[in-house]
Write a protein of this length. Structure first.
Length: 210
């Protein structure tokens, strides 16, 4: 990932928090069938030097063969993103030497997948993934609410994957390279005209406007 110093985020805790908040990863592999990508929800565990991802894929998914080949894969996690118009920059009124850009936040992860086909591992992964999304609900749904034979049949159709993270990069491109006045204009524009309060908050926090 292209990482100008102004946008680079190397804090592992910040990277991990971002993955937990945006768990749907785009898993990219390559092999004899060419490049493949799938959107798969992942759970992050603080194990090893950079963490471990655990997930599952359909047994019928053709990407499974590439995941099982012992080759490194790339997983991309996306967060807030927004088009930035030059009209929000104070610099526009001063020099007109401005162009549009796009703000975004992303974390890229690399690792070599390990296939997990043990029923106990799969059951634990399904329960952990479900609980991570259901816990905030007033009446959370749990895996054991479904009939046991139905869950057993569903589990036979999936395969677990564990990816120890060998490398991780974070990019917070949120106008840090602009002047203070430009950052203020972007934050205000996103919050009002742009209707993107999340990105507006990121610009404010990363730009020292809070």
């Amino acid at each position: 990932m292209y990482l100008p110093s102004a946008f680079r985020e190397d804090d592992l805790a910040v990277q991990h928090d971002f993955i937990r908040a945006h768990p749907l990863g785009v898993i990219m592999t390559s092999g004899d069938a060419g490049l493949m990508a799938n959107h798969i929800p992942c759970l992050l565990y603080p194990e090893g030097p950079h963490g471990v991802l655990r997930l599952h894929v359909a047994r019928a998914n053709p990407q499974l063969a590439q995941l099982a080949a012992g080759q490194e894969c790339l997983i991309v996690f996306h967060g807030a993103q927004a088009y930035i118009t030059p009209s929000w920059y104070a610099t526009k009124a001063e020099t007109h030497k401005v162009v549009p850009t796009w703000n975004f936040v992303a974390v890229h992860v690399w690792g070599t997948p390990v296939i997990q086909d043990d029923p106990a591992w799969l059951r634990a992964q399904l329960e952990a993934l479900t609980n991570s999304q259901e816990k905030a609900r007033t009446q959370p749904w749990s895996v054991d609410q479904a009939p046991a034979d139905f869950i057993a049949a569903q589990m036979r159709a999936i395969v677990g994957v564990e990816i120890p993270i060998s490398r991780i990069e974070g990019k917070w491109k949120v106008s840090q390279n602009r002047t203070l006045a430009d950052r203020q204009g972007v934050a205000q524009g996103l919050a009002s005209e742009g209707g993107n309060a999340v990105m507006a908050g990121l610009v404010a926090r990363r730009g020292g406007l809070d």
